[in-house]
Design a protein around this ligand. Structure first.
Ligand code: UDP
Length: 504
C-alpha cells in the first residue's frame, strides 16, 4: 500500500533528530524522522552505536528508497563500571547501570550541541529527556520540537493531579477519587498514580518540572497518536498547556509498510528459525483464536508473577503466544526450569507458543489468527494494537500506563482490565502479583463471545479504520504534518528574508 507524500513542500527543510536511549522513546522518534524524510525533509539522526544498531536497517532501506535520511553515530563515553556497549535503558539494563548511562549522556551534551551548530538544521526534534536542547535551538535561532511520549490523556490527567491534588483528599491508597477538570469522569486510586505525585522531594518530580518548562518554551510537541483516538484530550491538553502539538500517528503504520520494515523493527536481528516457528504455529490456528501476551521492552517480572501468568494462560483455555524474557542464569531460582517445562507442555498440547526475548510484534499483530492482546498499556503497543483492530486486556505497570488504561477501558471501551492496582517504578514490579484466576478471567472476557465482546471489537475496528485514514492524504495526521511542514518552511523563509535585509 502506498501512502502519498506531502509533495515537494518541504524540499528545502533540513532537520536534526536526537532520540532518547530507551526503545519506547527511540523507536517512535526514529519513525517520526522517517515520516519527515518521506515528505522530502533532509533528516539526520544523532545517536550512539548500540542504539543505531536497533534501527539502522530501516534507515538504510529508506535511503535506498531515495529518502534523504542518515544516522550520525557518536561514540558513547567510557564510564567506570559500565560495560562497553551498554547504552540503552531497557529490560536487560541492570538498575544500578541506569545512572551510569545517564552520566554518559550528560557527558555527550557538549558534543550534541556542537553537532547542532555544525549541521545547521532548520529545526531540531529532540526527546523530552534533553530539556537543555530548547536553549541550544534558541542559540541557533531555530525551532525545537519536543517528543514528549505518552498520550494526551496521561498529560491531561497528570496536569489535573498537579493542579487539584485530588489524591491528597482521600483517606487511603485504595479509595478512589475523581480526576477534576477532564472531559470524562475518570476515577483512580492513590496507589495507581506515579510516586512523583506522592513522595515529597521526589527526584523524578524535579526532573519532570524541568522537562515541562522546556516543553512550554519549545516550538511545539510531536505525538505519535492520531486525533480520532483521543481528540477531546488533545484539545484539553493544548488549552491547559498553552502549547502547540501535532499528531504524526500511528507512526509505525505510516512508515513500516513492507515486510522487512515490520519484521526488523526495533531490534537488531530477528532469529530466522524462531520467526518461522511462530508463523507456522499461527498459520495452523483459526482466525481470531489466539491471544498475544507481551509487556513491552522494559519488563522484568519477578518469578512469582511469571508463574502466575503461565498458569493463568493455561487456565484461560485459549491459545496464546507469550513473549518472555529469558531468565538470567546467574539469577535463576528455578523459574527458568519451570518456564522450560511450561513451554514443553504447551507445545505438546499445541495450546501455546513461547517467544523468548524479542518478538516481531508488528508482524504478529497483523496475523489473522490473533484475536486479542494482553498489554501493559505502553502507548506504542496500544497504537499498534488499535491499528490491528484488536481489543486488549489492560495490565498497567509503570510510567503513564494507568492513565492509558483509563483511555482504553473507560473512554474508548476497547479494553478489559485485569485488575492491576499498584503503580510501580520501572524494574520494581512485584509489589503486587496479579493472580492466575484474574488473568484467566480477563482473557476469557476478551476472547469469549457475548455482546460486550462484539461491541469492543466493533469499536476497535472503527478506530483501526480511523487510524488508517489518518495517515492518508486528507487524513488528520497527514494534515497535521502538512500544516507543520508549511509552518517550518515559512519560518525558514522569514529567517532568509531577515538575513537578506541585514545584508542590504
Ligand atoms: N516490541 C516488539 N517486540 C517485543 C517487545 C516490544 O516489537 O518483544 C516493540 C513494540 O512493538 C512497541 C515497543 O517495542 O513498539 C514497546 O513500546 P511500548 O510503548 O509498548 O512499551 P514500553 O517498552 O515503553 O514499556
Amino acid at each position: 500500500m502506498g501512502v502519498a507524500g506531502v509533495d515537494g513542500e518541504a524540499e528545502m527543510l533540513k532537520a536534526t533528530f536526537l532520540p532518547f536511549i530507551s526503545p519506547s522513546h527511540l523507536i517512535p522518534v526514529i519513525e517520526i524522522g522517517r515520516i519527515f524524510a518521506m515528505q522530502g525533509v533532509d533528516v539526520t539522526i544523532i545517536t550512539t552505536p548500540a542504539n543505531a544498531a536497533v534501527f539502522q536497517s530501516s534507515i538504510d532501506r529508506d535511503s535506498n528508497r531515495g529518502h534523504s535520511i542518515r544516522t550520525h553515530v557518536v561514540k558513547f563515553p567510557q564510564i567506570d563500571g559500565l560495560p562497553e556497549g551498554m547504552e540503552s535503558i531497557n529490560a536487560s539494563t541492570p538498575k544500578d547501570m541506569a545512572p551510569k548511562i545517564y552520566e554518559g549522556l550528560s557527558i555527550l551534551e557538549g558534543q550534541f550541541r556542537q553537532l547542532f551548530r555544525d549541521m545547521q538544521p532548520d529545526f531540531i526534534v529532540t526527546d523530552m529527556f534533553y530539556p537543555w536542547s530548547v536553549d541550544a535551538a534558541a542559540d541557533l535561532g531555530i525551532p525545537r520540537l519536543i517528543y514528549v511520549g505518552g498520550t494526551y490523556i496521561a498529560h491531561s490527567a497528570m496536569d489535573s493531579l498537579e493542579r487539584f491534588a485530588p489524591h491528597t483528599k482521600v483517606d487511603s491508597d485504595d479509595q478512589s477519587f475523581l480526576l477534576p477538570g477532564l472531559p470524562h469522569k475518570l476515577e483512580m486510586t492513590r496507589s495507581q498514580i506515579p510516586d512523583r505525585f506522592k513522595v515529597p522531594n521526589d527526584a523524578y518530580a524535579y526532573q519532570m518540572k524541568i522537562i515541562k518548562e522546556s516543553e512550554k518554551r519549545s516550538y511545539g510537541s510531536l505525538f505519535k497518536n492520531f486525533y480520532e483516538l483521543e481528540g477531546a484530550y488533545e484539545e484539553h491538553y493544548k488549552t491547559v498547556m498553552g502549547t502547540k502539538s501535532w499528531n504524526m500517528g500511528p507512526v509505525s503504520a505510516w512508515v513500516n509498510q513492507d515486510a522487512s520494515d515490520k519484521a526488523e523493527r526495533g531490534h537488531a536481528k530477528v532469529e530466522e528459525e524462531k520467526e518461522q516457528g511462530w508463523l507456522t504455529w499461527l498459520d495452523s490456528k483459526k482466525e481470531n483464536s489466539v491471544v498475544y501476551v507481551c509487556f513491552g521492552s522494559m519488563n522484568n517480572f519477578p518469578a512469582a508473577q511469571l508463574v502466575e501468568i503461565a498458569h493463568g494462560l493455561e487456565e484461560s483455555g485459549h491459545d496464546f503466544i507469550w513473549v518472555v524474557k529469558k531468565i538470567d542464569e546467574s539469577q535463576d531460582d528455578g523459574t527458568g526450569a519451570f518456564l522450560e517445562e511450561f513451554e514443553k507442555r504447551v507445545q505438546g498440547s499445541n495450546k501455546g507458543y513461547v517467544i523468548w526475548g524479542w518478538a516481531p510484534q508488528l508482524v504478529i499483530l497483523e496475523h489473522p489468527a490473533i484475536g486479542g492482546v494482553v498489554t501493559h498499556c505502553g502507548m506504542n503497543t496500544v497504537l499498534e494494537t488499535v491499528d490491528a483492530a484488536l481489543p486488549m486486556v489492560t495490565w498497567p505497570l509503570f510510567a503513564e500506563q494507568f492513565f492509558n488504561e483509563k483511555l482504553l477501558v473507560d473512554v474508548l471501551g476497547i479494553g478489559v482490565p485485569v485488575g492491576s492496582k499498584k503503580w510501580s517504578n520501572w524494574n520494581e514490579f512485584g509489589n503486587e502479583i496479579v493472580k492466575r484466576e484474574d488473568i484467566a478471567k480477563a482473557i476469557g472476557l476478551l476472547m469469549g463471545g457475548g455482546e460486550e465482546n462484539v461491541e469492543r471489537r466493533r469499536k476497535v475496528k472503527a478506530l483501526s479504520d480511523a487510524a488508517k485514514k489518518a495517515i492518508q492524504p486528507g487524513g488528520s495526521s497527514y494534515n497535521s504534518l502538512k500544516g507543520l511542514i508549511q509552518e517550518l518552511k515559512s519560518l525558514k523563509l522569514q529567517k532568509v528574508d531577515r538575513k537578506m535585509e541585514a545584508v542590504a
